[in-house]
Every structure is written in structure tokens, then in C-alpha cells.
Design a protein around this ligand. Sequence first.
Ligand code: GDP
Ligand code: MG
Length: 454
Amino acid sequence: LGSSLRGSLNKLQGKSRLSKEDVEEIVKEIQRSLLQADVEVALVMDLSKSIKKRALEEEPPGGTTARDHILKIVYEEMVELVGDSTEIPLEPQTIMLAGLQGSGKTTTAAKMAWWFSKKGLRPAVIQTDTFRPGAYDQAKQMCERAEVEFYGDPDEEDPVKIAREGMEATDDADVHIVDTAGRHALESDLIDEIEEIEEAVNPELNLLVLDAAIGQGAKKQAQEFDNSIGIGGVVITKLDGTAKGGGALTAVNETGSSISFLGTGETVQDIERFEPNGFISRLLGMGDLKQLSERVERAMAETQAEDEDWNPEDIMKGSFTLKDMKRQMDAMNKMGPLDQIMDMIPGLGGGLMDQLPDDAMDVTQNRMRSFEVIMDSMTESEMENPRSIGASQIRRISQGSGKDEETIRELLEQHKMMERTLKQFGSMGDGDMKRMMKKLENQGGGGGMGGMGG
Ligand code: GDP
Ligand code: MG
């Protein structure tokens, strides 16, 4: 959670009941996060009211702490706010994309086609944008990258005709994704045009594509597109940037629809199905748990593939060598900055993070790189037995790696500290550590405890 929200939640530790002030404080932090994420004020106020009411009126189930009680309510109300994912059946259908110029329609069309192709369907993209120079080439190239069928006609000026002919030309495809032109504003001829294309292709689903940075502009767009063609779902693009996409909730609310896909980058694979959990985490500033678990999984799979006999459980049994440390660092490098990862694991928020010595977290990417260079200059037995490394070895390693002796000592210190920390956690019994390990295991990587060391 956002650090201040986390702070407020942490204050509840040890409490079994919520006071009015506790609830006020937490709601205020949530409001701050959501408004910052561009969620409409009216929606934020509705949410706040429900959270306050429930938190103060509902009796926490026996044994529930005040903190867990409010977290559960916040989560449930947030799920209510963001809604479920738009149902996308894996069967033949036509989907039309609408939205303003630059919102990400063409990119999304290719991404969705790629997504459907991975699900075993045969998609085709039909490009009807005759307005924007280069639209044809852009769509064609992206579809080539996605290895999906594409139809467009750079010499034809009538988008409705392209749409009609495109449907015929791609008759053997299962899923037709119709990309449309979006001009810089909601001009009436754009609306007329999209209505005509709609008639020509008769889509099962119209998706409104919104840039995550849309903010309150979402309202008018959503209304107009909904009135003209009917919007069955929303796509939020560019979520890889700083914008959190809260404005899209307004569009969802206005159209009575739901979020279908998220765009998280410029390449065709950068598409995710909307999933409330991750999106909520993002809105609240906690990072995306789903993304984390996929990243952890990928990094662990890669690390383990490189080193088959690595068993993370050995580390828990107390042996933690420099080799283990290096593996942790490799995995970390593949996952991203440590504190961010720690932040993404729910339940870790307050407790565990606060118990770690500050500099356990202080292995910056640069330091990690130096450490790796140093480790490359160590012998196998030094890696296995860091305690055997004395002054003369340090001198030799320094010469071999081109790093100064001080950095090598830092590395050895860091290793010792990680080892100590691990032992400490190992003896924590059924505390946070076990919970964390279990979580990471479920997400596919017991070695995720690299999260602590690296
Ligand atoms: P259209 O005008 O609605 O068809 O929008 P485009 O698909 O042409 O996208 C406009 C710009 O946004 C292009 O430069 C895309 O590469 C970029 N873009 C689209 N989706 C994403 C995304 O999810 N992440 C990022 N970083 N860029 C995106
Ligand atoms: Mg386009």
C-alpha cells in the first residue's frame, strides 16, 4: 500500500477495535491515493461513505484484528468500485475499438489479436482508419509482429467500404477486430462514421480505448460513444507509465460496462486481461501483485533453469553461501528493485519491512553489478565458503575484478548480514516469514526470499 496508508494501517497493530478516528484516517489516505490516481471525486466519496459505514457498524468476525477487518472492507468496496473483468468468450466474434486519436486503439487491436491467437483462435485485424497518415502501415506492421492476419486498404478512402470488404476478405478468421479512426476530438463526423462502420461489421462487442492519463475527460467520451454505438467494455492503455487509469472508472460507471484489457507497453505482448486485484493494488499504490507473481515466476524459472540443483530450502536450513547470494541477486535483477517488490507482497507491508535493518535493503542496482563482477573473480571454494576469504584473497580478488578492496569487504559484510537476517527469519516460527514463503511458493518460486537479501 501507499506508504502513508500503510502507516495508518500499521497504527492499528495490536488493536482489536476500530475507533472513528482510525477509520477517518484510513479513509483519508485511501481518498488521497484514489484522487491522485484520477478517480472521479463522486466515486471516491461514495466509496468513502460505504467504507466508513461498514467499518463502524459491522462487527469484526471473532479473532479478526482491527487491521484485517478494515482491510477486508476496503478491498471488498474497492472490488465493487472497479468491477469485474468484461467477459470475453473464446469463440468467434467481432470486436470494434473506439476512442480518441492516440488513445492506443491500433496498438490494442494488434495486442488483442495476439492475445486471441495465443488462446488458439484465429484473429484478424481490420484497419478502417483512413484519416491518419501512416495508420495503415502502423497497423500492418504491428499485425506482422503479432503474426496475425491483417486487412487494410491504403488506396481506399471510404472506411465503411474497407470495413465491409475487410470482413469478407478475412472471412476465415474467427475473431474480427475492427480498428477505427479516432480524431483529436469528438467530432460529429467521427461519430457518424463509427456508427456506419458498426452497421457494416455488426460487432458483438464495442470497446472504448482510453489512455490511462485520461482523467475526467473520460466522462464525455464515454457518454458520446455509448450513446452512438453502445460501449460494452473499456480498455485502459499506457499503464506502464505513471498514470494509474482511475479516470477509466468514470467511463465504466457512465457506460454501465467493465474493464476488459490493460495495455502495459508498446509491443504486441504488452496486454493483460483486466483483473480487479492487481488494478486495486495499483490504484492504492501498492504495485500489481499479479505482475509481481509473474515476474517472480519468470525470474525464478530462469534462475533455476540456469542452475538445476539449486534448492531454496537449503537456505532455510541455514546454509547461505555467496553462490546463494549471487542467485538471489540474479533473480532480483530480473525482477526489479527490491523495495518495490517487497511492497507488492500484501501482508508484508508493515511488519516485515519494518523489522529489516535499513541497509538490508540498500543493495542498489549499481552495487549489485559491482558485487557480480567481484564474485566472478572468486574461486568456487571461496563462493562456497565466504568465511575462508582473508586479506590476501581480498587483495587477489580486487586485482582480478578491478574493484577496490573496500567494496569486496562490503560484499562480504552484505553476505553476513543477509545470512543473519535469514537465520532470524528462519527462527520466526509461524510468523511473517512462513507466510511470505508460502505466498511466494504459491506464486511459483520458493526462492522468492531473494526478496529479502538482494
Ligand atoms: P490510436 O491513435 O488510438 O490508434 O493509438 P495508437 O495505437 O496509434 O497509439 C498511440 C501511441 O501510444 C503509439 O505511440 C503507441 O505506441 C502508444 N501506446 C499504445 N498503447 C500503449 C501502451 O500500453 N503503453 C505505451 N507505453 N504506449 C502505448
Ligand atoms: Mg490508430
